[in-house]
Design a protein around this ligand. Structure first.
Ligand code: ATP
Length: 679
């Protein structure tokens, strides 16, 4: 290599730096630069804050002047009435002595007031004459400034609140202080505590949303619980207010998301179910169920769980139940058992898709339903047995998988048991003999449903039960405990609401007895699984989609067509007799009066027969006192009614410890004869 040496630029030692990043870092960290100018975001926030402040200023000034006026008027009144002196005299019990003096002083101060007003008025008139309206403007301006200074709001200062009531619905979106006052008024935070705004109030849907952090030690759960107090402090109906604890990564126990609807979110027309336009549905997907107050769609997961729907009549129970079932109808692989104890026309369209279908409320229907349940128990047990022999690839756990449920050779489809007015079956008092034990059909059905709700979900059974009598005596607590999802439309009181939603739910802020009668289809949903509101949401208010009979029929027809194509139409829908031929020898029907009437025993004979059970043939004599106590009846009326039914009272000796007493009672022979007569 040859060549001449040429002079070069000086070589500097140093590291390569990104000048722009370094400059930005210095700029952001600088204490000299105003915080608002340190970044674009900071500038945007500052502009937002300044605009909000500018909008607020006139209102705040007007409020301050108003408060100043009130303060001035109060001050003048106290002065003219010589309040300090009067109170001091009162306290030292010398008011009578000082009365004349106080009166003279009061009179004098009134005179001073009148003089000042007169002189002031004359001076004002003179000034106006000399300087024109300008004098009045200047005086008014100075007066307003003085009053505004006197009435300016100070954090936590008492007696500086607007006295007039009125909705604060928009005020709090502009002034965080109003929101703090609202929380203080609702006693959710103390007088000397404050809130931290996590996000500025912003528009979300047809309402305003804000997220706040409560002071340390205050809990978001308490705000959810006391939603009503918060609504009262905001001067809005609680139906417009939605309060949720923010959970997960972005949340903590003291972070609350609040959303306030502009107007009653349920006053508008309900939305039709999206399933109406769906050609088919996969039962493994959550079913579109309704919308929450913000209008967000809420889907309900059904597989692996069971759903209990409770409400007083005419609130939308059947509609809700049909919505949950609609997704299963549109899955041709789902097998449906439909028991309609209401016996109306609501479920008739489901006949064409149901594997088993029954509508009626007689004991015959109840017994048939019991047979279905026995059949389902058999089916579930067999499924578990068959699963043991399947390889791990097909069946990784003892659970039905989507692929297994669609494989017709395995015969383990998602099976839905849908029962409307389930209380009719659970209350039935027809006596049945089960493994030598006498039970009522209702008790047996309760046992079977509990077993199924506990054991069958993993084998692919989905239970959807609806009742208009959600009381503790109707739905056994053991059964309730294993029904994972609950939907409570309006009920009579908080106890009934707790029966549907779970114990103590009213104390956590969820009470469906508070829903309005006009809000049909609106209820509190306690899902078992994740909904659009997140997996951690305990419960939420939902308005179900609207699905009138016509739409329901369309969905059922579509379900049938899908099953015909897939070759999955079975049982009742396929024209096979759904009535099970079971050995009813073991089931001894003794009758019993239930709400569904029929040819059963009249009361109190039915209760006596039920109470005695096997004793009816084993004992000879039953003391009246024993029956009165056991059946909790009024003795005179009971005696008369038993007499009318052909059971006259008798007297017999009974052993009472070491003694023998003669007591009134009934011969079981007479009771048996009366039963034969009435049956
Ligand atoms: N989401 C909804 N939006 C608007 N109206 C609804 C909604 N759900 C139900 N309704 C109306 O409420 C009324 C009662 O509905 P539904 O028959 O489902 O009630 P129910 O509780 O099953 O009554 P019952 O106790 O008599 O069986 C119906 O007129 C129905 O149109």
């Amino acid at each position: 290599m040859s060549g001449e040496l040429v002079p070069s630029e000086p070589v500097l030692e140093g590291e390569l730096v990104n000048e722009r990043a370094a400059l930005e870092g210095t700029w952001r960290g600088s204490r000299v630069v105003l915080p608002a100018l340190r970044s674009r975001q900071a500038l945007r926030d500052a502009v937002k804050g300044a605009s909000a402040w500018a909008v607020r200023v006139p209102f705040r000034c007007a409020r301050a002047v108003g408060r100043g006026l009130v303060i001035a008027a109060r001050g003048w009144r106290n002065w003219v009435r010589v309040r300090d002196y009067r109170e001091a005299a009162e306290q030292s019990e010398k008011l009578a002595d000082k009365f004349v003096e106080i009166r003279a002083l009061t009179l004098f101060r009134w005179k001073v007031t009148a003089t000042v007003l007169l002189v002031g008025g004359v001076a004002l008139a003179a000034a106006r004459l000399v300087y024109g309206d300008l004098a009045l403007w200047i005086l008014g301006g100075v007066g307003a400034v003085v009053l505004a200074v006197a009435g300016r709001a100070k954090d936590g200062a008492s007696g500086r609140k607007t006295v007039l009531a009125g909705p604060r619905i928009l005020m709090w979106t502009m002034d965080a202080q109003v929101l703090i006052d609202v929380f203080r008024d609702a006693k959710l935070i103390g007088r000397d505590e404050t809130l931290r705004l996590v996000e500025r109030p912003s528009r979300q849907g047809a309402g305003w949303a804000v997220t706040v952090d409560l002071p340390a030690t205050r809990k978001a759960a308490d705000v959810v619980k006391n939603r009503e107090e918060l609504a009262s402090a905001l001067a809005i109906d609680e139906i417009q207010l939605s309060v949720d604890r923010v959970r997960g990564d972005g949340g903590h126990a003291g972070r609350v998301a609040i959303w306030v609807a502009d107007k009653d979110p349920y006053a508008s027309a309900p939305a039709p179910t999206p399933l109406l336009t769906a050609s088919r549905w996969d039962a493994w997907n959550a079913v579109p169920f309704g919308t929450d107050a913000r209008g967000r769609r809420i889907d309900l997961p059904l597989v692996w769980t069971s759903l209990l729907i409770g409400a007083i009549p005419r609130q939308g129970k059947t509609m809700a139940e049909r919505l949950a079932v609609a997704g299963l109808i549109l899955d041709p692989h789902a097998r449906l058992y439909v028991a309609d104890f209401k016996n109306g026309k609501d479920w008739r369209a489901a006949k064409q898709v149901a594997h088993r279908f029954m509508a009626g409320d007689d004991s015959e229907h109840v017994l048939m339903f019991m047979d279905w349940l026995e059949e389902l128990v058999d089916d579930v047990q067999q499924r578990y047995r068959r699963m043991q022999h399947l390889d791990d690839l097909t069946c990784p756990e003892s659970k039905v998988t989507p692929a297994m449920s669609r494989d017709q050779t395995l015969d383990m489809p998602i099976t839905a048991l849908i029962v409307d007015e389930v209380h009719i079956a659970l209350e039935d008092r027809t006596s049945v003999l089960v493994q030598g034990k006498r039970l009522t059909a209702g008790e047996r059905i309760g046992e079977l449903l509990t077993w199924l709700a506990k054991k069958a979900p993993a084998a692919g059974l989905v239970m959807v039960l609806a009742t208009q009598r959600p009381d503790s005596t109707t739905i056994p607590s053991k059964l309730r405990a294993v029904l994972g999802s609950r939907f409570a439309l309006r009920v009579m009181d908080w106890r009934d609401s707790n029966i549907v939603l779970g114990d103590q739910m009213n104390t956590r802020g969820y009470d469906s007895s508070r829903l309005l009668p006009s809000h049909k289809g609106v209820g509190i949903l306690r899902p078992d699984g994740e909904t659009q509101s997140g997996a951690d949401v305990l419960a939420l208010t939902v308005r179900t989609f609207y699905m009138p009979n016509d739409d329901w029929r369309v969905i059922c027809e579509r379900g049938r067509a899908l099953r015909e194509t897939e070759g999955t139409l079975t049982g009742h829908a396929a024209g096979q007799d759904s009535r099970l031929v079971r050995d009813h020898e073991a089931v001894v029907t003794m009758g019993g009066k239930s709400d569904n009437g029929g040819d059963r025993l009249p009361e109190p004979l039915a209760s006596v027969a039920r109470y005695l059970g096997d004793d009816l043939s084993e004992r000879e004599f039953i003391p009246t006192a024993e029956l009165v106590k056991a059946l909790d009846v009024e003795p005179t009326t009971f005696g008369k009614e038993m007499g009318d039914l052909g059971c006259p009272p008798a007297r017999q000796y009974v052993h009472d410890g070491e003694n023998t007493r003669r007591v009134r009672g009934y011969l079981t022979a007479d009771i048996r004869a009366a039963i034969d007569e009435s049956a």
